[in-house]
Design a protein around this ligand. Structure first.
Ligand code: ADP
Ligand code: MG
Length: 692
């Protein structure tokens, strides 16, 4: 019998090749292996016949390969394989790109399962494009009619992983269930051991879903419990009280170059009320890109300073932290409030109109003196980087909500043991159902109205080569008018995580041809922070006209003269992300444009049309949620380790159940003392969630 924590090498059937492959996937224990969950299932008990195929519907067919050959192309190193497949009812084509090995693996006469959707393409006609396939003789299929499809990378084949996981499930002593039995039976969910079996070796699709629901409920319940216990600890510790100085607030507001919008005022007021209490504030400020969240944070930071304490503002990137530092400096300087910028690469203190570069030791020293507004990246959460009198922590553009950040704030708490107030700011609108689950008890302020004087961004989808020409015309025209342009490239090559390759290639291509003579700068993840600043600086000052970049420009970058956002390969981005990118322009009264370059595929363009139609972030978020279903609206997966592996954002009913059950458990047994297993799992989640 295997145990959950045993190394995978204990599995009998593990070959040396599999061992290496699993190592690359960072699968070390049997438990890790069993937590690779199927992305979907191929239900081979429900096959479609070729004559019944509908466009754009995911299906599985069983067919015979009639012909298979490489198609001649003029582009070197670009391989197209075409096959004709047939069954008793008809025949259909399939096309694969850059998979030359298929010619060796598939021969005329082979019987295979094909999974995918039939599309209609201008160049290739009606057929499957890069479908998944599997030989009919495959033994794993004979075993059950429903085959799990695992998300794999590297050299592990679907077949190998199915076999491995299957034997691991049957040989492993599965963990004892930590959810009370009565809860499971009330909700009609299987226990955890059965759930693992159902998910990995289901006999029907319904059974697989049953298993997934149990695991998903477990994730949601633990998450809720972790939120609740973090909240309880924070409440017990209490928060520093921030006295409100109303005359100062008025003076501050009137020092701004604009009038605060009603929603901005409301947001400030709500936070002021929260911070006057000894219960730690946990508030989310939601507002579309450009709605003016920064000034809300600045005003609260000023009020905290006024009360004699410190505030920090954290941003996800160096770039954004620096930009915040600049804007805070402008708004806080008239009040002699010291601002310290702290990122991995720079430490600058601005005080009394003077700017001083500090050494790491000096920066720590200054922080330890307190009564300061510190702006930075997550470096601010590191030990010794947090002022001892921290009363307010603002987290900007934080897509990762929940336990993580709160834990971090409790851990790095003040010397008197109090927990600072927390304001999270996000431009990702979250539908209410999700918000309740993800944020638990967080209070929410929303900025709906945008500052006056903004003209809406005109959005247009550009299809194919002709569209591309039109987009470049627009760019040349705008640059001639003295405006600036962003060109955003998607990451195409999986080995190019920083986007360096995509960005550099695109910039070379543009300067050699379509945008010859214009001044082009580049920003991507591989540039040292100093060069990145320099490139950004040039763009901000207008020394370059065009900035070719990855999505690093997605968050917060504010360049009022930028009037064009052109997005390459728009189909590769989520709608919410495109909306964020679009928010980088239209930041002044100048007419701005957002161009979405995409392929001539009709289905793709259809998805993007929402952006042409509306500018409402909430509507776009809902559309994204619907379209992508299990998609990842909160960017949770970007954090490297997804909090939820099996729960999906459309599990609304399970979310509600998890909320209810967690409330019940905590009210009966606040410290979970009578549920030791459950307590252990919750503690584990809390410890691992903020470990990055
Ligand atoms: P976001 O909510 O996306 O972080 P910002 O805080 O960066 O938006 O604000 C975008 C721009 O709007 C900034 O240039 C800011 O100075 C300006 N702004 C903020 N509030 C107002 C207002 N009430 N009236 C006019 N302009 C404003
Ligand atoms: Mg912002």
């Amino acid at each position: 019998m295997l145990h959950w924590d045993d190394p995978v090498s204990f599995i009998h059937s593990l070959s040396a090749h599999d061992r290496r492959a699993l190592k690359a996937l960072e699968v070390q224990t049997v438990g890790d292996l069993l937590q690779i969950f199927p992305r979907r299932y191929d239900d081979f008990s429900h096959l479609t016949s070729i004559s019944a195929l509908q466009l754009n519907e995911p299906v599985t067919i069983r067919a015979t390969v009639k012909e298979i050959a490489q198609v001649k192309t003029f582009r070197r190193r670009f391989v197209i394989i075409r096959a004709t497949l047939s069954d008793d009812t008809g025949s259909i084509g399939a096309t694969w790109f850059n998979q030359p090995w298929l010619l060796k693996q598939l021969k005329p006469g082979d019987e295979i399962f094909i999974s995918g959707a039939v599309t209609q393409r201008p160049r290739f006609g009606r057929g499957f494009t890069s479908p998944l396939w599997e030989p009919v003789s495959d033994e794993t299929l004979a075993a059950g009619n429903v085959a799990p499809v695992y998300p794999l990378t590297g050299s592990v084949t679907q077949k190998a992983i199915r076999k491995l996981i299957k034997s691991a499930v049957s040989e492993t002593e599965l963990p004892q269930d930590w959810i009370p039995e009565d809860v499971l039976s009330r909700l009609g969910l299987p226990d955890i051991a059965a759930a693992y079996r159902f998910v990995h070796i289901p006999s029907t699709s319904a059974e697989a879903e049953q298993g997934r629901r149990r695991l998903a409920f477990g994730e949601l319940l633990i998450y809720q419990l972790a939120l609740r216990s973090a909240r309880r600890e924070a409440d017990t510790a209490g928060a520093p009280v921030v006295e409100f100085d109303e005359p100062f607030a008025k003076k501050f507001a009137s020092s701004l170059p604009f009038e605060l919008t009603t929603d901005q005022k409301k947001a400030v007021w709500a936070a002021v009320k929260d911070m006057e209490a000894a219960r730690p504030m946990r508030r989310l400020l939601q507002g579309d890109v450009g709605s003016g969240k920064t000034v809300v944070a600045a005003m609260l930071a000023a009020l905290v300073h006024r009360s004699g304490q410190s505030a920090t503002i954290m941003a996800p990137t160096d770039l954004l932290a620096k930009q915040h530092a600049i804007s805070l400096r402008r708004t806080l300087a008239p009040f002699q409030i010291p601002v310290l910028l702290l990122t991995s690469s720079s430490r600058v203190l601005v005080q009394g109109g003077e700017e001083t570069k500090l050494t790491p030791t000096e920066a720590r020293e200054r922080l330890s003196q307190g009564r300061i507004v510190a702006v930075g990246t997550h470096a601010l959460l590191e030990a010794g980087s947090s002022p001892p009198d921290l009363a307010l922590a603002v987290i900007d553009e934080q897509h990762r909500f929940g336990v993580e950040q709160r834990e971090a704030l409790i851990v790095s708490s003040r010397s008197d043991g109090k927990v600072p107030h927390l304001l999270s700011m996000s431009a990702t609108p979250i539908p209410r159902s999700l918000a309740l689950t993800m944020l638990g008890d967080l209070d929410v302020s929303v900025i709906r109205t945008k500052p006056a004087g903004r003209s809406p961004v005109t959005t247009r989808i550009y299809l194919g080569p002709e569209g591309r020409e039109q987009a470049y015309d627009l760019i040349r025209r705008e640059v001639a008018a003295g405006h600036r342009v962003f060109v955003v490239c998607p990451l195409i090559d999986p080995s190019d995580v920083s986007g360096a390759k995509s960005v550099e290639e695109e910039s070379r291509r543009l300067s050699a041809g379509p945008l010859q003579g214009l001044r082009i700068g580049v920003v991507h993840g591989k540039l040292p922070s100093k060069d990145k600043d320099e490139e950004m600086g040039k763009f901000v000052r207008g020394e370059t006209d065009i900035l070719v970049a990855t999505t690093v420009v997605e968050v917060g970058v504010d360049v009022p003269e930028a009037t064009v956002m052109l997005i390459e390969g728009a189909e590769r981005f989520g709608l919410a992300q495109l909306h964020q990118l679009r928010g980088r322009v239209g930041r002044s009264s100048l007419q701005s444009y957002c161009g979405l370059l995409t392929t001539e595929d009709q289905g793709v363009a259809e998805r993007l049309r929402v952006l042409e139609r509306t500018d409402d972030g909430f509507e776009i978020a809902e559309a994204d949620l619907k379209l992508r279903g299990s998609g990842n609206i909160l960017g949770l997966q970007q954090s490297g380790q997804a909090i939820f592996k099996t729960a999906r954002f459309d599990d609304l009913e399970l979310m509600a159940a998890a909320r209810e059950v967690s409330a019940e458990l905590v009210s009966q047994d606040p410290g979970l003392e009578n549920h030791p297993l459950l307590k252990q799992v919750v503690e584990h989640m809390r410890q691992t969630s903020h470990g990055e």
